[in-house]
Design a protein. Sequence first.
Length: 178
Amino acid sequence: MKFTSLPIKDALTIEPDPLRDERGFFARFFDKEIFEENGIPMTIIQSSISSNSKKGTIRGLHHLIPPHEERKLVTCTHGSMFDVLVDLRKDSPTHLQWVSIALSADSWKTVYVPPGVAHGFQTLEDNTIVFYQISINYDAKFLRGVRWDDPTFGIKWPLPVSIINARDSNYPFFPKEE
């Protein structure tokens, strides 16, 4: 596996090292020991998928608050997506910065989202499926979000929005810091 740092503190991409033959390929997707050696103390407690029927769909920007923060591995298993991370950690040197990563079923690249970082994405193709491996069980009481179009971040989404649900479109703008 190849681990590559992203411009957001502690965020990484992980690329599998596939063994190819006439059948296709086989690749290790997660190895707790190798992840820990690369600075990701990850135990997978829950796995989830999201199915997105239309190109241009936005999900996010979501994060969970203490004491229920999560670590996430995000992989596109069908289609492609514009994945976004926003650093909301006040003590981070990359506070309020964002980064985007192109994920697709062709690359099998995974993004590690550390605690305190909001996550969202926009689908670049119809019928995009996203697979999540998560460090805690989901509890809606701790779910928060920030607006996908918040000028504080200035995210440059690649497509017009085709679908966004009411919750995600009505999250508050990020509070201005004094």
